[in-house]
Design a protein around this ligand. Structure first.
Ligand code: AHM
Ligand code: MG
Length: 358
């Protein structure tokens, strides 16, 4: 065989390796092991991928299928109007984990209490936390939506069914990720060994590796926030927005679906913010199903996630549906937003100290 023949052979090999790096294979490669834990994580990811494919299939045809879009007429535990796709996607995640022996409990923003799969509980050592459809308001106009997930190891037997062990910080997550239902369906995940993206190849019905070891730029041009809330924010957030308006090099992008906005920042750098408002100081986004999983990913990619006062991954929830303000993205951009918040805090402290003397 000539040198040229061999190099052609190698090229084919690399192209094939890349084309055939499926999600479950990638998980095993990352853990460099076939231990029971590695097999479990690989199987878990495989089931999440199946849920993603089922949801993507329904979304693709939603405009043609009766009863796929629109509201159910009910409100969820958060007081938000529930859409038919929210219910469908929530159920899909439950169904794919039934009889899996992997997951004893699932907790989602659509369910008041965790959902137990009793037949899995004797061996299912993991809990899945998820937002089945993130950005539901985009559904009826055929814009991108997502799904967010995190996996935690169950601690204790949870015999009283109160799931108290879930009330711990995001540092307890052992894996997290999201699915972006956009022009193509992408699954991005981390099991603590970097952040990796997979694209669904519809001809194979498989998620194939498309970006490995993604790192978020230290700084980026994008700021992503719903400026319609400007007059409801704290003055510090308004100060930050005035700053980016007055400085060159910033551009606004806001899609109304956290997964899409986060995905752009992960690849291009910048910051996404959902601060508290006067009416809702805790903001809108839920810690266990939205903020903590994405915080896990952004830290793995070299970025940061903060409430403004504390790293998101250090926040300990007092109930499973707790919300927190979220500032997430490139290190420098998150730090810039925090600096405005801390500046206001200092001014308030000075005012409070001086007040009794006046
Ligand atoms: P949802 O999961 O119920 O759809 O709510 C979360 C969504 C995020 O995807 C998005 O960033 C935010 O809510 C948009 O809220 P708003 O319309 O207030 O800007
Ligand atoms: Mg939702």
């Amino acid at each position: 065989m000539t040198d040229t023949d061999q190099s052609i052979d190698l090229n084919h090999k690399y192209a094939l390796d890349r084309d055939s790096t499926t999600l479950s294979r990638h998980v095993l490669q990352q853990l460099q092991s076939f231990s029971p834990e590695a097999q479990d994580l690989s199987a878990l990811m495989n089931r999440i991928a199946l849920a993603a494919k089922l949801i993507a299939r329904r979304l693709t045809r939603a405009g043609l299928v009766e009863d796929a879009l629109g509201f159910t007429g009910r409100t969820n535990v958060q007081g938000e109007a529930v859409k038919k796709m929210d219910v469908y996607a929530n159920q899909v995640f439950i169904s794919v984990f039934e009889q899996s022996g992997l997951v004893c409990r699932l907790a989602s923003e659509e369910m008041e209490k965790p959902y137990y799969i009793p037949e899995n509980c004797p061996i299912g050592r993991y809990t899945l936390l998820y937002d089945p459809i993130d950005g539901s308001s985009n559904l009826d106009t055929n814009l991108n939506v997502g799904a967010i997930f995190a996996i935690r190891q169950q601690e204790g037997e949870d015999l009283d069914g109160t799931a108290k062990d879930l009330l711990q910080s995001g540092r307890k997550q052992i894996a997290a990720g999201y699915v972006l239902f956009g022009p193509s369906t992408m699954l991005v995940y981390s099991i603590g060994t970097g952040v990796h993206a997979f694209t669904l190849d519809p001809s194979l019905g498989e998620f194939i590796l498309s970006n490995e070891n993604i790192t978020v730029p230290e700084h980026g041009p994008i700021y992503s926030v719903n400026e319609g809330n400007f007059w409801q924010w704290d003055e510090s957030i308004r100060d930050y927005i005035r700053y980016v308006h007055r400085h060159e090099g910033y551009t606004a992008r806001y899609g109304g679906a956290l997964v899409g906005d986060f995905h752009r920042i992960l690849f291009q750098g910048g910051v996404f913010l959902y601060p508290g408002t006067v009416k809702k100081p805790e903001g809108k986004l839920r810690l266990l199903y939205e903020s903590a999983p994405l915080a896990y990913l952004i830290e793995q990619a070299g970025g940061r996630a903060s409430t403004g006062d504390q790293d998101i991954l250090d926040v300990v929830p007092d109930h499973i549906h707790m919300r927190t303000p979220l500032i997430i993205g490139s290190k420098e951009d998150v730090a810039l937003v925090e600096s405005f918040i801390q500046e206001r805090r200092r001014e308030q402290q000075v005012e409070e100290t001086l007040a009794p003397q006046r």
